[in-house]
Design a protein around this ligand. Structure first.
Ligand code: PLP
Length: 412
């Protein structure tokens, strides 16, 4: 039985408001998701009852906070089927998680002549850190090309045969594109990377709260995601790392909490995950992220994925019927994640978003942190509608009605 999605909406207090004269239609979930009251309540409970510093305290509050923080780590491990909670490092989000690997792993392993492979569709957060790592080490950065004038062909899987050579030391790729909606075959990428001895890094920012995700089935080495895109708070995210790799890795940040012993001459490190969590961690948000996992699993991630697909298919059908709209990414009927980006003939994306806002419809317009991809597609910006578990078919009608109004206005 699918969940009753109208009950789900009741869990999100923020959705029940007007923007101007119109009820809010929130279609900017690719940027950040809204939070259910269960997650909000967890933050209130923590600060009202348990707030204390973790790991170093012997009093009741500190022990409660430590138990809840470490409990959240275990919950996150279960959420992605990691073998061990020690493989879960709490970070600020996807960007920080990728930077940790780019600084610590890349610093220790990359040398001139090596290749770092990524793709033409990456968010800046999974691109700029690799540019920096390649520049610092003398390695070369290469890209798996995107196929099709509108990016409709997905990544060129045949090109992987020539790109994935033994010189490739690391292959970093997104699970779902934040602009195109493309879904990459991540398990296949990992299998092919492993065959040449390359370490794999998956950017799961857009997929984590939307589809079931199993790091052992995918067989990746590292996986990065943000809490705020999966009904959790901002400022918290995860770097999953295979334990055998984490154990050999030096920390990228040092300070309190991550050391075993310090003398005036030097220091020794704790094992993972503490070795990678210097300073006071983000306790409240980590605990609330565990609650977000409970929330998503209570609905069922397969069901959330099916709901996303139903909405995005409907949106694709209706948007493709509008004149002057160029949809990028997979074509109608092809698999895509729960978002759709389009260019509006003769109207800048910022104008589309501003006008839609006057109808209470929240969209995103711009380059979506995908500047090289935009250039490749010959665009400066697109408008993006991104759906999640609380969105409804009626909200897609509101989106379409607003776009039709904008079209009329600009047609003069
Ligand atoms: N990767 C992808 C695919 C994203 O969509 C985003 C955010 O939009 C990020 C990385 C960066 O996430 P954060 O800003 O939460 O670190």
């Amino acid at each position: 039985m699918p969940p009753d999605w109208s009950n789900v909406r009741a869990d999100f207090p923020i959705l029940h408001q007007n923007v101007g004269r119109h009820p809010l239609v929130y279609l900017d979930n690719g940027a950040t998701s809204q939070k259910p009251r269960q997650v909000i309540q967890s933050l209130v409970n923590y600060y009202e009852r348990d707030n204390s510093n973790v790991h170093r305290g012997l009093h009741a509050l500190s022990m409660r906070a430590t138990d809840a923080y470490e409990g959240a780590r275990g919950r996150l491990a279960k959420f992605i089927n990691a073998a061990d909670p020690a493989e879960i490092i709490f970070t600020r989000g996807t960007t920080e998680s990728i930077n940790v690997i780019a600084r610590s792993w890349a610093h220790a392993h990359l040398k001139p002549g090596d290749v770092v492979l990524t793709t033409e569709i990456e968010h800046h957060s999974n691109l700029v850190p690799w540019q920096q790592a390649a520049q610092a080490s003398g390695a070369t950065l290469k890209y798996v090309p995107l196929l099709g004038a509108d990016g409709e062909g997905g990544l060129d899987l045949a090109a992987l045969d020539t790109l994935l050579t033994p010189q490739v030391k690391l292959f970093a790729f997104t699970h779902m594109s934040n602009t195109l909606g493309t879904i990459n075959p991540v398990a296949e990428f990992c299998r092919r990377a492993k065959a040449v001895g390359a370490v794999t890094v998956i950017d799961a920012a857009q997929s984590i709260g939307h589809v079931p995700l199993d790091v052992r089935a995918i067989d990746c080495d590292f996986l990065a995601f943000s809490g705020h895109k999966m009904c959790g708070p901002t400022g918290i995210g995860v770097l999953y790392g295979r334990r055998a790799l984490l154990e050999k890795l030096a920390p990228d940040e040092t300070g309190g909490g991550m050391v075993v012993s310090v003398t005036y001459e030097g220091a020794t490190w704790k094992p993972a995950p503490e070795r990678f969590e210097a300073g006071t961690p983000n306790v409240a948000d980590a605990i609330a992220l565990g609650v977000a996992c409970d929330y998503l699993d209570s609905l069922g991630r397969e069901k959330i994925a099916a709901h996303d697909t139903q909405l995005v298919n409907l949106a694709m059908e209706k948007l493709s019927a509008l004149p002057g709209i160029r949809i990028i990414g997979p074509r109608v009927g092809q698999p895509r994640s729960g978002l759709v980006s389009f260019a509006f003939e003769g109207v800048h994306a910022h104008d589309v978003v501003t006008f839609a806002d006057q109808d209470g419809v929240a969209l995103r317009g711009g380059h979506h942190c995908n500047q090289p991809l935009m250039r490749k597609l010959g665009l400066t910006s697109t408008t993006r509608a991104s759906f999640y578990l609380y969105n409804t078919p009626e909200e897609i009608d509101r989106l379409v009605a607003s776009l039709q109004k904008i079209q009329k206005f600009f047609a003069g």
